[in-house]
Design a protein around this ligand. Structure first.
Ligand code: ADP
Length: 491
C-alpha cells in the first residue's frame, strides 16, 4: 500500500462563506464564524458564517413569505421544471470547479467528485425537473351526487439537514424533489463541509430562483439544526445523518408535529455465495465498503462469505485492498483520500483497536497512513463473529469485517439480526437464491450481483432504524406533498 503523499492545496479561490437568506448573502446575526478544514492537510480553508436561532428565524420567515405570498406560489409547474433544468445546466457548466471544491472540503478523491458525485447531482435535478408538471391527483367516484378529486399540493417550508459524506449530492436529493413539488427550503449543511452547498446557492440564484425559495444557513447541529427543527414556521424536516441525532430531532419535531423523513445509518450485509463469480464479488465487496473512504450509510460493512469459498475469496480480497492507493485526493490515481475530520478518524482508529482486542484477525491495513491529514489504511478483519463491535456498530470508515456462513437460512437470520435495514447485496449465479435473499432480507435496497448502483429514479431509504420515508424516484414526491380531497356537490 502506498503511503500518503504530501497533499497539495487546491488553487486558492474565493469561496462563498456567507449565508443565503431571502435571496441575499449575509453574515450571521451574531457575527460569529467557524472554520472549515481541509482534511488532507488539516489546514483551514475558510471561515464560514455560523448561523444560529436568529438566522434560522430570518431564513424560515423568508421561506414562509416566498411560499405563502411570493411569486413562487403562482409559478407554473412547467416553469418550475424549466428553472430546475436551467439550474442543472449551470451546475454542469461549472462541473470541474464544483468537483474541486467538494474534494477540497470533504477529502474524497477528485476522480470520484468529478465522475460520480457531480454527474449524479446533475442527473437528480434533471430527473425531478421532469416531475414538476406531472405531480397530480385523481378523480374519485364517491357515493352520491358529488364530484370528488384530490390535488397534491406542496407541503410548504421544508427544513433540510444534511451530512458531510456526499455534501453536494445530499443537497440535490433534498432540493430536487422539494423544489419540483413547489416547496421552499431552508438548508442546514454539515459543519464539516459547508462550501459546496453555498456555491450551489449562488448558482441557484443565477438560475433565477426567486428570493426566499432557497435559503442556506451553515452552522452547528445543536444550534442552527435544532432551531430549524423547533421552528413553528417549518412544515417538514428532512434529515440525513446518524440515528442518535434522528432520535433527538424526532423528539423536538413532535412539539409541532412536523412531517419528518430520515435517512440514517446502516450495517449492511453483503452476502457472497460460493457459486458467485468471485472476481466480480471481490470487486463489489471493495467498492461496497471502501467507496468514499467507507463513509457511506449503505456501506457493505458485514461481508458474509460462504465457508467453502472463504479462503480463496479472502486471499483475492486482501490482494486487491492492499493495492488501493491512499493519498492526495487531487491525484488522478488516488483511490482513497482522508476521513472527513479528526473525530471520524479517532472513532475509526478506536474500532480498529476494538477489532483486534475482540480477537478478529487484521489481514490488511489497521493503521494510520502518514502523519498529516486524516488518512486511514484500508483495513480488513477476518474471522469476525456476529457479536463483535466491528460486526454490530456502524464504523463509517474503511474497515471491512469478513464473517463466515454455511447456508441460506442461517445467513438470512444473521443478516437480519440488526436494528438497521438500509441496504444489502447478494452475489450468486443461482437466480432462485438471489431472489430468495432479495425477498427475505429486511432492507430498503437490495443489490444482486452489484453494489452501490444509484439512480435518481430508484427510491432509496431504510427499513427499521435506518430511516423513515424514501428519497429519489416518484416516492420522494410523496414526502414533499400533501394530498387534498375536494368534494363538490352536483345538486
Ligand atoms: P454525522 O456523525 O454524520 O456528523 P450527525 O447526525 O451528527 O451525523 O450530523 C448530520 C447533520 O445533522 C449535520 O448537519 C449536523 O449539524 C446536524 N445535527 C446534529 N445534531 C443536530 C440536532 N440536535 N438537531 C438538528 N440537527 C443536528
Amino acid at each position: 500500500m502506498a503511503t500518503a503523499t504530501k497533499p497539495r492545496r487546491a488553487t486558492p479561490k474565493t469561496h462563498q462563506t456567507q449565508m443565503l437568506i431571502d435571496g441575499k448573502w449575509r453574515s450571521s446575526a451574531s457575527g460569529k464564524t467557524f472554520a472549515t478544514i481541509n482534511p488532507a492537510t488539516e489546514e483551514v480553508i475558510a471561515e464560514v458564517a455560523e448561523g444560529d436561532a436568529a438566522d434560522i428565524d430570518a431564513a424560515v420567515k423568508a421561506a414562509r413569505k416566498a411560499f405563502d405570498s411570493g411569486p413562487w406560489r403562482k409559478t407554473d409547474a412547467r416553469d418550475r421544471g424549466r428553472l430546475m433544468n436551467k439550474f442543472a445546466d449551470l451546475i454542469e457548466s461549472h462541473i470541474d470547479e464544483l468537483a474541486e471544491l467538494e474534494t477540497l472540503d470533504n477529502g474524497k478523491p477528485l476522480r470520484e467528485s468529478r465522475n460520480a458525485d457531480l454527474p449524479l447531482v446533475i442527473d437528480c435535478f434533471r430527473y425531478f425537473a421532469g416531475w414538476a408538471d406531472k405531480i397530480h391527483g385523481q378523480t374519485i367516484p364517491i357515493r352520491g351526487d358529488y364530484f370528488c378529486y384530490t390535488k397534491l399540493e406542496p407541503v410548504g417550508v421544508a427544513g433540510q439537514i444534511i451530512p458531510w459524506n456526499f455534501p453536494m449530492l445530499m443537497v440535490a436529493w433534498k432540493w430536487a424533489p422539494a423544489l419540483a413539488a413547489g416547496c421552499t427550503v431552508v438548508l442546514k449543511p454539515a459543519e464539516q463541509t459547508p462550501l459546496s452547498a453555498l456555491r450551489l446557492g449562488e448558482l441557484a440564484l443565477e438560475a433565477g430562483y426567486p428570493a426566499g425559495v432557497v435559503n442556506i444557513v451553515p452552522g452547528y447541529g445543536e444550534t442552527a439544526g435544532a432551531a430549524l427543527v423547533n421552528h413553528p414556521g417549518v412544515d417538514k424536516i428532512a434529515f440525513t445523518g446518524e440515528g442518535r441525532t434522528a432520535k433527538i430531532i424526532m423528539r423536538n419535531a413532535a412539539e409541532t408535529l412536523k412531517r419528518i423523513t430520515f435517512e440514517l445509518g446502516g450495517k449492511s450485509p453483503n452476502i457472497v455465495f460460493a457459486d458467485a463469480d468471485l472476481g466480480k464479488a471481490v470487486d463489489g465487496a471493495v467498492l461496497g465498503l471502501f467507496l468514499n473512504q467507507g463513509q457511506c450509510c449503505c456501506a457493505g460493512s458485514r461481508l458474509f462469505v460462504q465457508e467453502s469459498a472463504h479462503a480463496e475469496f479472502v486471499e483475492r480480497l486482501v490482494d486487491k485492498v492492499k493495492k488501493r492507493k491512499v493519498g492526495d485526493p487531487f491525484d488522478a490515481d488516488t483511490d482513497q483520500g482522508p476521513q472527513v475530520d479528526q473525530a471520524q478518524f479517532d472513532k475509526i482508529m478506536s474500532y480498529i483497536e476494538k477489532g483486534r482486542n475482540e480477537g478478529a484477525k487484521c489481514v490488511a491495513g489497521g493503521s494510520r497512513v502518514g502523519d498529516r491529514g486524516y488518512f486511514v489504511a484500508p483495513t480488513v478483519f477476518d474471522d469476525v463473529t456476529d457479536r463483535m463491535a466491528i460486526a454490530r456498530d456502524e464504523i463509517f470508515g474503511p474497515v471491512l469485517s469478513v464473517i463466515k456462513f454455511r447456508e441460506i437460512d442461517e445467513v438470512v437470520e444473521r443478516a437480519n439480526a440488526t436494528d438497521y435495514g438500509l441496504a444489502a447485496a447478494v452475489w450468486t449465479r443461482d437466480i432462485g437464491k438471489a431472489h430468495a435473499i432479495a425477498d427475505r432480507v429486511r432492507a430498503g435496497t437490495v443489490w444482486v450481483n452489484c453494489y452501490d448502483v444509484f439512480d435518481a429514479a430508484a427510491p432509496f431509504g431504510g427499513f427499521k432504524q435506518s430511516g423513515i420515508g424514501r428519497e429519489l424516484g416518484q416516492k420522494a414526491l410523496d414526502v414533499y406533498t400533501e394530498s387534498k380531497t375536494v368534494t363538490v356537490s352536483l345538486d
